[in-house]
Structure formats: C-alpha cells, structure tokens
Design a protein around this ligand. Sequence first.
Ligand code: PEP
Length: 251
Amino acid sequence: MRSRLVVGNWKMHGSIESVTSLLAELQAATSEFPKGSEVGVCPTFVHLPMVREQLASSAIRIGAQNANAQEQGAFTGEVSAQMLAEFGVHYVLVGHSERRQLFAESDATVAEKFLAVQASGMTPILCLGETLEQRERGETDTVVLAQLDAVIRVSGIAAFAKAVVAYEPIWAIGTGRTASPEQAQAVHKSLRQHVAAQDEEIAAGLRLLYGGSVKAANAAELFAQPDIDGGLVGGASLQANEFIAICRTAD
Ligand code: PEP
C-alpha cells in the first residue's frame, strides 16, 4: 500500500512573517492529517533555516525546489544537493516545468540532478508534464514517458524505489485549469505501466503525485483515482486553510 503524500511548492514566495504564520497554522493542524499520510513543504533556499527550526519537532517534511548536481565549486548562486542533505532536507523537486522552461533545464540536466539528489540520500520528486500544444497534438504520453526515460537511462529503474514522480501538465500549473481526474488518472496509469514493464514491484510502490491547480475543492476527486497518490501543490500551499484542507483529503 502506497502512503499518500502532499507537498507544497512555495516557489519564490514568502517573507519571514508569512512563513512563520503559515507554518504555525500547519503545525497546529498536523494532528488532523490522515494517519500514514505524509506532508512536506518546499520553501525558498533563504527560508530553509527558519523552516528547519520551526519544524524541528514536527512530522512535516522539508523539501527544496532545486539542487545543483555538482558537489561544490565556482557556480555562483547555486546550492548543491550535498548542502541540502546536510541541512536535513528530505525531498528535492527535480525538473519542475518552471525550471525546464524558464531556466532551460534539459532532460540531461534533470537526470544529473536526480542522480545527485539520490546520491546525497534525499528523495527526488521528478516533475514531468506536457504543454497544451503537445496535449492537443495527442503527444502527452510520448512526452512524459520520454522525460521519465531520460532519468531511467541515467539512474536505472531501481532508483525509483526511492523516488517520487509528479505529473504536472504545464497548462494546469498556476492557471486555475486543473486536469480532470480522468485525464490525470490516464497519464498516471501510463506512467505506472511504463515502470511496471521494467519492474512490477517498483511500479506498485511508486508514489505518483498530480500537480496543477490542486485546491481544496478538487483534491478529493483527484486523490480518489487509483494511480494518484497525492499532490504537488503550488498556489494553494501558500494559503493555510486551503493547504490544510487538501492534506486532510489525503487518506
Ligand atoms: C506547482 O508549482 O508545482 C504547481 C502545481 O502549481 P499550482 O498548484 O499553483 O498550479
């Protein structure tokens, strides 16, 4: 049985004040989250120290939004996977579509990052997704499976025993337009079948999150799909009430 997972991606949002109060509200609600489910938050790098301090005795996991694959060196502005691991980070988003589109991360870069995150002992959350044009041309499965294969080629299928995959259609991210539960389930099923063709046990245990305008009003229907094991939540994760309501549905 796969445990449910809900992860908040705060993107480039937050102030000392807003992060403090958001975490206080989340912590106060932790006892309401379904038993056996997991919740994580991915703040900006600059907010990580205070998040770590505030969540020191909490079950809420800390995630990062990005990591550099190199251990250290002359890479101005970057943070390595090793540094994050030393800091107690549990999850790292890898290949988010904003990184792929706005920061030109290729499949090869994403694969290197995935490898580095796992080598540092953290769990990568590999983000995959198609554009609206690709969906309309009927290329959704081809695109997301190619993104997945780029990582499998470098890390091997066994790596997915300790990884999470998030299907995030680009046309649904931050747009208020959510994939229908049936659309999301169809892609999740293809992803699981693709992994199962190489290793059935790993496929059965692999957590597949849906991301793209998840909110309290649509989370339960999405999470009820057989191959959707939780959500990666952007905008709604910045609103305590919304995020708490989403986490409550993850049972
Ligand atoms: C995301 O950034 O991963 C995301 C899913 O954003 P939103 O929920 O705002 O669409």
